[in-house]
Design a protein around this ligand. Structure first.
Ligand SMILES: [Zn+2]
Length: 146
């Protein structure tokens, strides 16, 4: 039994995200989920680390991870057949590799309005629950397979 990891995503894509990861694991992907939801503070750290370069990180308040619409998977380090399994599962569940130079980044490619709305809700939730680790588990899952 292997856990692919736990992710926090926007509730509206939770089923698709679970389907995506489940199918990727069933078809042979053995990687981990490296990142999913990121708080604004975490995005600020990424942004600072990237030297405020929009080609390397999203500006805080605009990131797909902040809205819970994206996750980063172990991808480049996996075999070709595992990468193929991930790409096929992504396609089946409507996830896109929509950031150039980041093939590990999978997103539902939300509209700007959808993203901004979700980021506001996510920031409120983080404040309300007292931190990311305290977020309710309704939108998280653990994948058990193999
Ligand atoms: Zn990403």
């Amino acid at each position: 039994m292997t856990s692919a990891g736990q992710i926090i995503v926007d509730k509206t894509i939770a089923d698709r995200a679970a389907g995506f990861i489940n199918e990727a694991v069933e078809n042979g992907w053995k990687g981990n989920i490296n990142y999913s939801f990121r708080t604004r503070r975490e995005q600020q750290i990424e942004w600072d680390r990237a030297g405020h370069d929009r080609n390397k990180a999203a500006e805080p308040g605009t990131g797909e991870h902040e809205g819970g619409f994206a996750f980063d998977l172990a991808f480049c380090s996996q075999s070709k057949s595992e990468q193929d399994a991930v790409v096929k599962a992504a396609k089946d569940f409507g996830f896109k590799q929509n950031v150039a130079g980041e093939p590990w980044h999978f997103s539902t490619d939300p509209s700007r309005d959808q993203l901004h709305h979700a980021i506001r809700i996510a920031e409120d939730a983080v404040d309300l629950f007292g931190g990311k680790s305290q977020l309710p588990s309704c939108s998280a899952f653990v994948q058990l397979s193999n």
